[in-house]
Design a protein around this ligand. Structure first.
Ligand SMILES: [Ca+2]
Ligand SMILES: [Ca+2]
Length: 374
């Protein structure tokens, strides 16, 4: 009888095949990239001919939206490269933006990720930022210098342990000295990740939000560096999107690499000589199967033609770190006709190796079992 699957084993097997039934790691934030509304009027303040509120967010003080593709323009976002897509939120002077989210598991650790910058500090006052979740301070009085030129915004990863299933994300800005300051922010992400996991920014591609214009092409993806090749495009699709095939994302979104293009990011905090496990979900769009190349720390985790019929796949790749700051790179090599590589839900964690004494205990246990069955 013990050879048959028990009901509990059956349900476990079913759960393993049905990721949508598991609690999502990603917590949905409405309008995390501030792309949902057109602010037609310069300089992007709320009200008047512009929307009276930012979708999903509660604003206090002088808040608004700037962007490279809206009439408001970017008088506040006057330096740096917009981290995700084409628009950012700003808080001028003293003010705050907040949003209450739910679905957290008390006791679990989460990462709150934000991309921040400030209006040109050579002309305007530097802001100080406070960030809290559920009223608990995660960052207090943090000076936010302007990055300048076309530099990347500051990447901020704030780990915390959930104490309730819901809470308010709140960012507050104040001028560091009396004067006119503006804090810029974009690409909010909130995701469950255990202590000891290596920080990956925007690992589930939820920072772009939903409702992107067809087919979801996006100029910049929060946290990732795009390198374009022949015919290359990056898109973010929500489940069932134009590129999605049958791919089921973690959370709402997955990434798409159409033709020759890659997304990469440099990681930090990796211990040379330790073993790590990279994992992600992937698949090909129907039509021409993509040829993918995923490397981490210069080592090849996945290479070759990617299936696009029969269901999505998961990659698990173990490697010994040779760099404290390895690069993770995910590419579609763009071989042949129009092809798209789909992926999501990336994580990187240390794989603990049993200590010598534990190994001895384990081998002793194996010996005992062998003796009993002999
Ligand atoms: Ca944005
Ligand atoms: Ca996702």
């Amino acid at each position: 009888m013990s050879r048959y699957l028990t009901p509990s084993a059956l349900s476990l097997a079913f759960l393993a095949l049905a990721p949508t039934l598991l609690p999502a790691s990603s917590i949905t934030i409405i309008n995390p990239s501030f792309q949902e509304q057109d602010f037609a009027n310069f300089p992007g303040y709320l009200g008047g001919a512009n929307p009276a509120a930012i979708n999903g967010w509660t604003a206090a003080g002088g808040a608004g939206i700037n962007g490279t593709d809206i009439g408001a323009g970017a008088p506040f976002a006057d330096n740096g490269t917009i981290p995700d897509n084409s628009r950012v939120a700003f808080i001028q002077g003293t003010g705050s933006l907040s949003q209450t989210v739910s679905g957290l598991i008390p006791g679990k650790q989460y990462w709150l990720q934000i991309y921040a910058n400030s209006r040109n500090n050579a002309l305007y006052t530097m802001p100080l930022a406070d960030v809290s979740f559920g009223g608990a301070a995660l960052l207090t009085g943090q000076p936010v210098p302007s990055v300048g030129g076309t530099a990347a915004y500051h990447k901020v990863n704030l780990p915390f342990t959930a104490t309730a299933s819901s809470g308010s994300i709140m960012v507050t800005s104040n001028p560091s000295v009396p004067g006119d300051s503006a804090l810029l922010m974009d690409g909010f992400t909130l995701i469950q990740r255990d202590a000891g996991e290596v920080v990956i920014y925007n690992p589930s591609f939820e920072a772009s939000g939903t409702g992107l214009p067809f087919p979801g092409y996006i100029p910049t993806v929060a946290g990732w560096t795009k390198t374009l090749g022949v015919g290359g495009n990056v898109a973010i699709n929500t489940a069932g999107g134009p590129f999605s095939n049958s791919f089921m994302p973690e959370g709402l979104n997955h990434a798409v690499l159409q033709n020759e293009v890659s997304l990469s990011q440099q990681l930090s905090g990796v211990v040379i000589g330790d073993t790590y496990r990279l994992s992600l979900d992937y698949y090909g769009r129907d039509g021409t199967a993509p040829t993918a190349l995923i490397t981490v720390d210069g080592q090849t985790a996945l290479s070759g033609l990617i299936p696009n019929t029969g269901g999505q796949l998961s990659l698990t790749y173990d490697f010994v770190a040779t760099s404290a700051n390895p690069t993770l790179s995910i590419a579609n090599l763009g071989v042949g006709a129009d092809s798209s590589f789909l992926f999501d839900n990336i994580s990187l964690r240390a794989i603990p190796e049993p200590s010598g004494s534990l190994l001895a205990l384990l081998s002793g246990a194996v010996l005992l079992r062998r003796r009993r069955t002999a």
